[in-house]
Design a protein around this ligand. Structure first.
Ligand code: XUL
Length: 420
């Protein structure tokens, strides 16, 4: 068989592995799923051993002996390891919302302005650093046994190859990283009293390293320099722009991270449930129904579905509200609405939420010339059409404006009644 390269993505729903020939054709692909547990409201955990076993199964199903393997993975997840490289507890994932108090503590200890100056970002519950502080406060016996800390894909790589490393792109999402200078931030580590020995050596993605899934997805759709933006309809929803140089939003409303292209940066807005919203809807109201069936029901409804709105904050929200207590809602229901209308509202609500990120990127000076969409949701023609309508690249082409304005009004209106 001809020589191959293999890519492994350690995602939230499963591992995806692909083998490509050196000429670029896809030779084989495999996907292996695993569960996600929510032991308390707002918590989101996975067993790192599940990632490892799924990766091994997916790799062996490819049936190739690759020349090299590259890794990408869900970002921000905390994997705390003991002295022999075993996880001390389940990983705390990117969409976990338990750390509001620790985020406040970090912004207090470092100072919000200084934190943004040092890391390009503010403390958000999904990021890695607040999870370490949470462990220190709530599981001190675990915390005391930590010997190393890794991100999800780096755990898999460590166990498969014994190589302990991280790339600047994925490290950016820890809040312990000096994104502008592409190295761990001694000042943040000291302010949080976290030992730097826990953290792996940092490489650029083009060395033997890898990338966070969002930077890898952007590379995959050719977003390596300013121009087109990468739009991801995965479990999370992302609008991602390559930047001409290091820049961050003064209030850190979008994330400023290193890109996987050495010496370049990116800015992105991340919503927690894009395709995740549709999966939730299917599992809750139409178990066993295919996504195709659901989206063809939705096609029978006109844009706006007679005024029905969906707010996709099923697990709180990151961009634009940074609010772990935000809640989801359907608003504007009438007796005429059926399942298809609800699905249409979900697809549109997610597109409006992505539009929020796009507007914040524009405020940072990003001038997108096109959007390139990837992720499971991109399989739906209808969803692509809705996203293309709601995220236009020039002001005069905007339609759906009234729906977006009503969508924007919903979160503040519901905030008072929507909290826990
Ligand atoms: C990015 C983020 C998510 C995960 C999803 O900041 O949190 O997109 O990477 O896997």
């Amino acid at each position: 068989m001809s020589e191959t390269l293999v890519g492994v993505d350690v995602g939230t729903t499963g591992v995806k592995a692909v083998a490509i020939a050196l000429t670029g054709e896809v030779v084989a692909s495999a996907e292996e799923g695993y569960p996600l547990s929510t032991p308390h409201p707002g918590w989101s955990e996975q067993d790192p051993e599940d990632w490892l076993e799924a990766s091994e199964r997916a790799l062996s199903r490819l049936g190739v002996t690759p020349r090299a393997v590259g890794y990408s993975g869900q970002m921000h997840g905390l994997v705390a390891l003991d002295g022999s490289g075993r996880p001390l507890r389940p990983a705390i994932l990117w969409n976990d919302q338990r750390t509001a108090a620790e985020c406040a503590e970090i912004e207090e200890r470092v100072g919000l302005e200084r934190l943004i100056a040092l890391t390009g970002n503010r403390a958000l519950p999904g990021f890695t650093a607040p999870k370490l502080l949470w462990l220190r406060r709530h599981e001190p016996d675990v915390y005391e046994r930590i010997s190393r800390v890794t991100l999800p894909k780096d755990f898999v790589r460590l166990r498969l190859t014994e190589d302990w490393a991280v790339d600047a792109a994925d490290a950016s999402g820890t809040l312990l990283f000096d994104v502008e200078h592409r190295r761990w931030s001694d000042e943040v580590l000291a302010a949080l009293e976290l030992p730097s020995e826990w953290l792996p050596p940092v490489h650029e993605s083009t060395e033997i390293a890898g990338a966070g899934d969002q930077q890898a997805a952007a590379l995959g759709v050719g977003v390596i320099e300013p121009g087109a933006v990468s739009v991801v309809l995965g479990t999370s929803g992302v609008v991602f722009a390559a930047l001409p140089g290091y820049a961050h939003d003064a209030e850190a409303r979008v994330h400023a991270f290193c890109h996987a292209v050495p010496g370049t940066w990116e800015a992105m807005g991340v919503m927690l449930n894009a395709a995740g919203s549709l999966r939730w809807f299917r599992d809750a109201f139409a178990p066993g129904t295919s996504y195709d069936e659901l989206t063809s029901d939705a096609e029978r409804w006109p844009p706006d579905a007679e005024g029905l709105l969906f707010l996709p904050y099923l697990q709180g929200e990151r961009t634009p509200h940074a609010d772990p207590d935000a809640r989801a809602a359907f608003a504007g229901l009438t007796v005429r609405h059926d399942r298809g209308a609800l699905v249409r509202a979900v697809l549109e609500g997610v597109a409006y939420a992505l539009r929020d990120s796009l507007e914040l990127l524009r405020a940072l000076g990003v001038e997108p010339v096109a959007g390139r969409v990837s992720g499971g949701g991109a399989r739906s023609r209808l969803w692509l059409e809705i996203v293309a309508t709601v995220l236009p690249n020039d002001a005069w082409a905007r339609t759906y404006e009234e729906g977006y304005a009503r969508y924007r009004a919903l979160y503040p209106a519901l905030r008072e009644v929507g909290g826990r």
